[in-house]
Design a protein around this ligand. Structure first.
Ligand SMILES: Nc1nc2c(ncn2[C@@H]2O[C@H](COP(=O)(O)OP(=O)(O)OP(=O)(O)O)[C@@H](O)[C@H]2O)c(=O)[nH]1
Length: 390
């Protein structure tokens, strides 16, 4: 039996940092495989885990989401056959929906001896409200489908702020264990207990209905449900045996689409008896597409820009670009950036950036400098100038 833990969380939430804690405190000595799915084309993480002798499979071909569920299932099966690990840790991209990833694992469960132990979502305590308001479609799904929610950065928050954050998360998920203790104070046992509790309540997420049936809404779902239950794909389905014929996705009508606006039903009927929202106007979510439905794929909303470079940066250049990206919107709405670059003195530095915060560490020489920037409305030409990669 291989136990599978999913460590999800929005861009820069602290997934990789929490995985380090898990590996050191909880999974030490176990045969472990990590499957990482980065949204950016250029993988930056990974080095430290490889050094620790942990097997890493990167899926950089795109975000695990409903369109990539099949590819992901194949990658997971391959890892199980090849390594027979005790544990598989899956780190989906920050903009992946936890329900999509869980559905992919459920696929594999039918012919492999695995059990989902924890659906863990790491939440940046300081940004939870802002991300819920602005990118609710992605962030909310990660919170709602978690069995354990781990809040990061609580060591830098007041008790009131921590409480407000827990309250906000509780409104979206009243079942999950919420960990708000700073991680360095958490023992391995406490983390293990939270994971095991996750496994206990995992049963609540599982449904046993007809598998492999084609839903008449035009999508292939792994599970079908009675009544108005959520199937884990993050969408709300109505009677599955009913053909509505309108060819649209149907969702909870009161759901936010992630563009930060609340859309209401328009009075149009497509004939299936449900109200659909059908705007012809452009949504201001930044994806630049016309929407006639509520569902966004991550790559419609978020863009990733990445480059390799031989440029050697001075301290001033690095300082300037990190401040520009974290404190201004001159280059678009920057949600995440990370990179490994060579400095003018020959040393290598690794940087990690989220809105309002960045961190620079000494890095190891690599084959080339490289960086990735993820956000909305990215100004790519300006970014290229900022990083001296033109
Ligand atoms: N102070 C503090 N910093 C943290 C904490 N968790 C994460 N960070 C920092 O936040 C940045 C992002 O952390 P990661 O662990 O790389 O986040 P991630 O969720 O893996 O990010 P993605 O690569 O976007 O998936 C890094 O600079 C971390 O050092 C925390 O609890 N406290």
């Amino acid at each position: 039996m291989t136990k599978v833990d999913i460590i999800s969380g929005f861009l820069g939430a602290g997934k990789t940092t929490f995985i380090k804690e898990l590996i050191e405190k909880v999974f030490a000595g176990e045969k472990l495989v990590l499957i990482e799915n980065e949204f950016g084309e250029i993988g930056i993480d990974g080095g430290f885990l490889q050094d620790a002798g942990i097997e890493i499979t990167e899926m950089n071909s795109g975000c695990i989401c409903c369109t990539l569920v099949g590819d992901f299932s194949v990658a997971l099966k391959k890892v199980l056959d090849e390594y027979h690990p005790d544990h598989v840790i899956i780190e989906p991209s920050g903009v992946g929906k936890l329900s999509d990833v869980a559905a992919a694992i459920e696929n594999v469960k039918e012919d492999a001896d695995i059990e989902i132990e924890g659906r863990i979502t790491v939440v940046d305590g300081k940004k939870a409200k802002m991300y819920l308001d602005n990118f609710g479609e992605f962030f909310e799904n990660q919170v709602e489908h978690a069995s354990t929610i781990v809040i990061s950065r609580t060591q830098n928050m007041t008790d009131e702020k921590i409480e407000a954050c827990v309250h906000l998360l509780r409104e979206k998920n009243d079942k999950a264990t919420i960990i708000s203790t700073p991680w360095d104070q958490l023992s391995g046992d406490a983390i293990r207990h939270a994971l095991e509790h996750g496994a206990e309540i995992e049963g609540l997420f599982e449904h046993h209905h007809d598998h492999d049936e084609e839903c008449t809404c035009g999508h292939h779902h792994e599970h079908h449900h009675d009544h108005d239950e959520e199937c884990g794909c993050g969408h709300h389905h109505h009677d599955h045996d009913e053909e509505c014929g309108c060819g649209h996705h149907h969702h909870d009508h009161d759901e936010e689409c992630g563009c930060g606006h609340h859309h209401h039903d328009h009075d149009e009927e497509c004939g299936c008896g449900h109200h659909h929202h059908d705007h012809d106007e452009e949504c201001s979510c930044g994806c630049g597409h016309h929407h006639d439905h509520h569902h966004h794929h991550a790559d419609e909303v978020f863009t990733s820009w990445g480059k390799e470079t031989a440029h050697k940066y001075t301290e001033e250049e690095l300082d300037y670009l990190l401040k520009a990206l974290s404190e201004t919107d001159a280059y678009g709405t920057i949600l995440r950036s990370k990179g490994i670059i060579q400095m003018a003195d020959g040393n290598w530095k690794q940087f990690d950036l989220v809105p309002q915060e960045y961190e620079v560490r000494d890095g190891k020489a690599d084959y080339a400098g490289r960086m990735v920037v993820i956000g909305t409305d990215l100004k790519e030409d300006e970014l290229a100038k900022l990083f001296h990669v033109q």
